[in-house]
Design a protein around this ligand. Sequence first.
Ligand SMILES: Nc1ncnc2c1ncn2[C@@H]1O[C@H](COP(=O)(O)OP(=O)(O)O)[C@@H](O)[C@H]1O
Ligand SMILES: [Mg+2]
Length: 297
Amino acid sequence: MKIIFCNSFLDPKQVDPDFEAEWSAAQEAGFECLLISFEDLQEGNLLKALKRIMPASNEAIALYRGWMLKPFEYQDLYEGLLDKNIRLLNSPQQYKHCHYLPESYKHIQDHSPESYWTSDLDMESIRETVKPFGSKSIILKDFVKSEKHHWLEACFIPDASDFEKLQEVVSNFLELRGHSLNEGLVFREFIDLEALAKHSKSGMPLSREYRIFFLKNEAIQSYNYWEEGDYEDRLVNLDFAQELAQSIESNFFSMDIAKSQAGQWIIMELGDGQVSGLPDDADPAAFYKTLIKKLDN
Ligand SMILES: Nc1ncnc2c1ncn2[C@@H]1O[C@H](COP(=O)(O)OP(=O)(O)O)[C@@H](O)[C@H]1O
Ligand SMILES: [Mg+2]
């Protein structure tokens, strides 16, 4: 079983330093670890990006573990690897399904904050998009990421009907995201979550959130999402997440869940498992051991 990591920009024969611990843990667990160049992939130079990958003699299944890719970049990677007889565990459609919130929203909406989105960045269109919220508090993100570490300036909007504030937060958000903006804007009802702490740097309210990884729709690992704060009980009752996961169209994905003050579990977001970070709380050795065991079955 193969895992594809990104190489170091400065030392292309080495793994990206941010993934060193995962690389070692994956090797230790018995994965064959391979390197691609993230920068070449982003520049559209697929041949160069994959030059360190030897074609497999029989079709092999592989996982990618690395930086987030735009869906078209993932598609390039997927096709480039297929030319080498290597098939990534998630198809490009499956990747996009969990990477873009609007793609999987229909499966999670009964357990997730009410959300509306637009790809039209015109303020009038944005005003229309948030109308259903009335004067509720909302948060803003793009199809993939928020600017949660700029909580008050670029994420949280106290009153969706306050057009001036909306405009200000959107404008800060767009400036911060710059070229990294994913597709469009998503607005979500703000839910009061069970409090854990306030982030020591950004002041963002931290709540009891967990990240669960699913392989073939089965929960394989769950982690405390934040490093800070006292989680008390680590164990989450996974039944609701497990049940919902059956409808998700992906072989490997993450699900972030949180508990509302009203006592309900809600789904914060899904992510493709190949580009979801391991929380600081996670033990990479255990993660990769579990992964290879389940993949071998
Ligand atoms: N609708 C919401 N209600 C309350 N808190 C939220 C809401 N959406 C996001 N948050 C908080 O902001 C954080 C970041 O949101 P998230 O959607 O996970 O964006 P990112 O992809 O940037 O991690 C969450 O982990 C949660 O703490
Ligand atoms: Mg998140």
